[in-house]
Design a protein around this ligand. Structure first.
Ligand code: KIV
Ligand code: ZN
Length: 525
């Protein structure tokens, strides 16, 4: 029997810290349910003290899924209590608390003299705080994880001391984050081996690794950690996360599976659910997957050159180290059309991870037949988009009721919109440099807002002229980014939907912040 690797998924916490990736509570719950299907061991569902919405999401996920749910908490009583309150009714619960241990972080975050006058004093304070707060977390749950933030740049002797203290206080998992993505694989592996050798009570805890991708090494570093004794790995779906992201779940899982000849360890991930999960996360976060992304990119299993195609036809293994089916890519495409009935649609949605009530199915079926009228052939990716789109409109503050855009080679592009907001109807018109610009200007005028458009991207969801066009718009306001995604067979309409969704996310965030008290707003990692 091989050793088991614990897969700790932090898509909903660290992943959600990607610029523009904010998710609503119900989107998070849906992703958590899909992560359960994927069979991850732990879901880090959020950072409960940081906002009421984060708290709600962690609480709902803890109540609705059967896997271990972790809530993040700084080494502070208020955070730990809030994390516990959020997960307390869950079946399996974990408090994940962390302290900063590198000198960069200690001097940057604990500069205040009340933490000690010298660096040595401050280190002492943090060590004591870590010990005390793990003990405090243990008063609520047995399963406590401790992370030494920026361990990758932490003095190793000090790191050994902090870890020993955390284990003595009762931590059952010790996480070693390479918070800034600074280390090299050999170096990171050696750090894990060193801790395994030097930390006196290390056998009482599981070593975990948590790597960021600033130098493109998050997966390589995580694997080096596993090779040297880590038995938990912290990952995100599609590798999303702060800055260049986190180690990608699918890459690590498939590396261990494909190279099982050299690894004495395996995960219990249901790999055929990888594509469904990846698409769900991409759809809800608005973070489009690069085509050449390993495992889940559109081109990951495409063989373009004649030589490769010829080799593949003779023997798949010539150029294929894993089958597309092993990660959930369908061999035969299932196509629905305008003659497909409710039963067929429900069965397909079930398989894609969208269980439906009869009431929900009624609504979706109507949208499906509209789409099938326009598109004739409806593929899985179209259905995923349809599902995502439905969710967005049911959670909107602003609802784009009507749009009319007039453009051509010798006319001034002009747009008129009607938007329902807080029970009122707003209408306005505007011109622009092109039809999309005119449309965005008209929406700005109607809502009396003008966010900066940071990026605008279009891609086709499936092949063919009638394909759905997916537009992702990222806007920025007051130092935060928000991404909206819209889909339609008409890319101008898709652009309007995407822009309105991004504005909805911004508005939701701003309204929430208004409700929070100052202390809570300041919470940041
Ligand atoms: O990167 C990091 O250090 C983190 C910790 C909070 C675990 O995300
Ligand atoms: Zn992180």
């Amino acid at each position: 029997m091989k050793n088991q690797l614990i897969i700790f998924d932090t898509t909903l916490r660290d992943g959600e810290q990607s610029p523009g990736a904010s998710l609503s509570v119900s989107e998070k719950v849906e992703i958590a349910k899909q992560l359960e299907k994927l069979n991850v061991d732990v879901i880090e569902a959020g950072f409960p003290v940081s906002s009421p919405e984060q708290f709600d999401a962690v609480e709902r996920i803890a109540n609705e899924v059967g896997v271990t749910v972790a809530g993040l908490a700084r080494a502070k009583e208020i955070d730990i209590k809030s994390a516990y309150d959020a997960i307390k009714n869950g079946e399996k619960k974990r408090i994940h608390t962390f302290s900063s241990t590198s000198d960069y972080h200690i001097l940057g975050k604990f500069g205040d003299d009340r933490y000690g006058k010298t660096l040595a004093d401050k280190r002492e304070t943090i060590l004591k705080m870590s010990y005390d707060m793990v003990k405090y977390a243990k008063t609520f749950v047995d399963d406590v994880e401790f992370s030494a933030e920026d361990a990758g740049r932490t003095d190793m002797n000090y790191l050994v001391e902090v870890i020993e203290a955390a284990i003595e206080a009762g931590a059952t998992t010790i996480n070693i984050p390479d918070t800034t993505g600074y280390t090299m694989p050999k170096e990171f592996g050696e750090k894990i081996a060193y801790l395994k050798a030097k930390v006196k009570n290390i056998e009482d805890a599981i070593i975990s690794v948590h790597c960021h991708n600033d130098l493109g090494l998050a997966v390589a570093n995580s694997i080096a950690g596993i090779e040297n004794g880590a038995r938990q790995v912290e990952v995100t779906v599609n590798g999303i996360g702060e800055r260049a992201g986190n180690a990608s779940l699918e890459e690590i899982v498939m590396a261990l599976k494909v190279r099982k000849d050299i690894f004495d360890i395996e995960s219990k991930i249901e790999t055929t659910e990888i594509i469904n999960t990846s698409k769900l996360v991409s759809g809800y976060t608005g973070i489009i997957i690069q085509p050449n992304k390993a495992i889940v990119g559109e081109n990951a299993f495409a063989h373009e050159s004649g030589i490769h195609q010829d080799g593949m036809l003779k023997n798949r293994e010539t150029y294929e180290i894993m089958t597309p089916e092993s990660v959930g890519v369908q061999k035969t495409k299932i196509v629905l059309g305008r003659h497909s009935g409710r039963h067929g649609l429900k069965a397909r949605l079930d398989e894609l991870g969208y269980p439906m009530t009869t009431e929900e199915l009624k609504k979706i079926y109507k949208l499906f037949t509209n789409l099938a009228d326009k598109k004739k052939e409806v593929y899985d990716d179209d259905l995923r988009i349809l599902m995502g789109d439905t969710k967005k409109t049911t959670e909107s503050i602003y609802d784009l009721k009507y749009m009319h855009v007039f453009a051509g080679s010798s006319t001034i592009p002009t747009a008129t919109v009607r938007i329902k907001a807080d029970g009122k109807i707003m209408e306005d018109s505007s011109t622009g440099d092109g039809p999309v610009d005119a449309l965005f200007n008209a929406i700005d005028r109607a809502l009396n807002k003008k966010p900066t458009v940071e990026s605008y991207r279009v891609r086709s969801v499936t092949a063919g002229r009638e394909a759905l066009g997916e537009v992702a718009v990222r806007i920025r306001k007051d130092g935060r980014s928000y991404t909206g995604v819209g889909v339609s067979t008409d890319i101008i309409e898709a652009s309007g939907k995407a822009y309105i969704q991004a504005i909805n996310k911004k508005e939701r965030y701003e309204r929430r912040v208004k409700l929070q008290d100052e202390e809570v707003i300041k919470v940041e990692i």
